[in-house]
Design a protein around this ligand. Sequence first.
Ligand SMILES: Nc1ncnc2c1ncn2[C@@H]1O[C@H](COP(=O)(O)OP(=O)(O)OP(=O)(O)O)[C@@H](O)[C@H]1O
Length: 255
Amino acid sequence: MEEYILRFEKVSKSFGDKKVLRNISFSVKKGEVVALMGPSGCGKTTVLRLILRLIEADEGEIHLYGRDITHLSERELIDIRKKVGIVFQGGALFDSMTVFENVAFPLRYCLDIKDEGLMREMVSSMLESVELPDTEDLMPADLSGGMRKRVALARALVYKPSFLLLDEPTTGLDPQTARHIDRLVADLSRRHNLSAMTVTHDVVSALGIADRVFLMKEGDIVWMGTSEEWEASSDPEVTSFLLGTKSIRHRGSAP
Ligand SMILES: Nc1ncnc2c1ncn2[C@@H]1O[C@H](COP(=O)(O)OP(=O)(O)OP(=O)(O)O)[C@@H](O)[C@H]1O
């Protein structure tokens, strides 16, 4: 039987009169990386917020690690959230803390580790795996955008979650730095058999790291398939999304 980390079953969500998710179903398999793409406002971040139960679904079931999280108590929810690493949009580092303190944060406050030596070891090994050795004493202000993302990645992975959520991991980075982040995510996922869901507008990034791509439009998943199927697809939904992203890029570029 296929093992799933995450399963949405006919999930709907509205904010006031606005229907934001319409009866969506999908699953993420163990070890699989999925990219969730779609135009602005189609409901991608709402999916991420539902996975963490930062908001409640109106209808449907959400199974994380085999448990329907829609009915978990606050205590059980905290335990299950500890198994999920999150890289927020923009990195969301604590600017007044060193790199070490940023990465150690989940160890101190989620895992309650008191052994400073062990914590140093875990942080330093994680910083090495995101190719930022010996940066413990730097402040976030000393870092480039790409380095900040890598610190955020180290912080998300330091307590060894088996599921990683990434919200726009390459936004605001130049293409070379963005590809570096993609390589790291793909590499870490392979090495640690990590499942991941990345929400992104960056098609190159999605195809670079994802086993499967889900395309959303107006609260529905309108296309699902492997990265290879995406590249070969002439589905009108895929084509229209790609044309939309190109026209946004053209409008954003210098005349
Ligand atoms: N708390 C809220 N109250 C009211 N409306 C909301 C709330 N959160 C999201 N929405 C609306 O739900 C819709 C989907 O938002 P969501 O953030 O999920 O989109 P998205 O696909 O992630 O967009 P983007 O790519 O721009 O981040 C949008 O129209 C948004 O305005």
